[in-house]
Design a protein around this ligand. Sequence first.
Ligand SMILES: [Zn+2]
Length: 580
Amino acid sequence: MAISDDDLERLRSSVSIVDVISQHVPLKRTGRNWVGLCPFHGERSPSFNVREEMGRYKCFGCGVSGDVFRFVQDFEHVDFVTAVEQLAARAGIQLTYTSGGESRERQHRKRLIESMNAAVDWYHQRLLTSPDARGARDYLRRRGLAGDVARTFRLGWAPDDWDQLSSSLGAPAEMLRETGLAFTNKSGRLQDAFRGRVMFPIYTENGEPVAFGGRILPGSPDPAKYKNSSETPIYAKSKTLYGLNWAKADIVATDQVIVCEGYTDVIGFHRAGIRRAVATCGTALTEEHVRMMKRFASRVVLAFDADKAGQGAAERFYEWEEKHKVQVSVARFPAGKDPGDLSVSDPDALREAIDRATPFLGFRLHRVLESRPLRSPEDRARMAQEAMQVVNEHPSVDVRKLYAGEVAARVGMPVNDLVAVAARGGRAVVRMAPTRQVGIAENAEFVAVSLLLQRWNDIADWLIEGLFVDDVARRAFLALADAGGALTTALAVADPEARELLERAAVADLDAEPFIEACNLIAAATRRGLARSTRFTDPDAMRESTEARQQLELLDTPASAQDAAGVLLGWLDRRGEERE
Ligand SMILES: [Zn+2]
């Protein structure tokens, strides 16, 4: 550590931990301790204890504890050195840094930040006042990024010229190169890195400018829409979140951080009064980013097209959720709109999208479940398979089981079957239960009558009176069959109950395959027939029963189903006549 132990001790002994904490948390003397409501977890009765003479605090509610440095780090969300420096400044103590090398490093960093600060100011003034920035000002005004917004976010303009920044700033060439503000070109001259671009300064969480994102104006011949500072000693993309410095307070207050794709999206959220948005700077979200965010909030909302992130990203997100105890959810925006646009055209839609963000797994699952209509049992089986594949990517078996229920409801399969798939985990293999077990007889019979009405040619050959157990369905079937499928004729001859069923059947909205539905009825009728025939001892009847059992099995296989259905219908028909 760069700060000497002596300094730390001096600081610890001269700073009152009760003073420091009670600036933020009202404390009351109780016995030897000072007690208040814990700032690190929500509570109604105080369990946060501070002991002055020990220089320590402890919460008996959530278990946090530490010294004055720990408190400042956790409460202000700053690193150790910053916490020490803040306390030292308050106490008027001059810090001596232990190792000369590290001290020089910090000094150097300070100078780099100073150069960046100077560049931020220079670009910003250019934008506000320079005649050559008129195009940029017009552009920003159209996007709702002018005036106060431009001032708050210190937007700037890099003139379309070789070295105006480099020559105006007066910083040493080495500084300009090291910060990535300029580079040495082929002819050996110092040249500005950004030209003809609107500038978005990128700050650390503590408000130090470390990089820029530059955007071309519409109509520019430059093919790169955005250009970002390259990595420098003070700037690492994987550890930087644009906007965190402005968003920190709201992120902590709401326990939520919104992750966008671009600078203008972040600013859009702020404009709409949602001041907890950040963006990655031209990279995908990394674990380093998640580690940063979880120091401030446990809920992460992705406000970009998460589809693009794909399956690999899903696995990473789930891993981070578990490892870093964060919840990742996804906000969906109206097609073709990004948060930056919405903040101008419809700020309420922006807020609504955040309020309605769904967990990442739910988001991906709905993408599958809503992708197409389900017209046949085969469709259902395929969708169940695909959906469970997505569900089984999640590492938690409990989460998987919960979502399996949702899949079951959508595809109309038994919940237990899919929960079993979720419990097994790994590659999802969904076996479809034989369709004839789905639904009770009445429903199947109603479906058959409906199909007869709506798709006569596809089912008429496969239905006979003997398939119907429910008397109303049987009478409706007979009326319709006698009318040759003509609804008005059937309604005229049907009794009131059958008529009512036919009227419902005429408007039934079905996802059923006629032949399969007919097979369901044929199989059910065959089983009923076989159950009855066990009472018979006639050798012919027994031979026929054995034959029927074999045909019943063949009904399961698509290749043999039609022949088997024909044979069984004949058998059922003969038996019906025998009984009459
Ligand atoms: Zn607590």
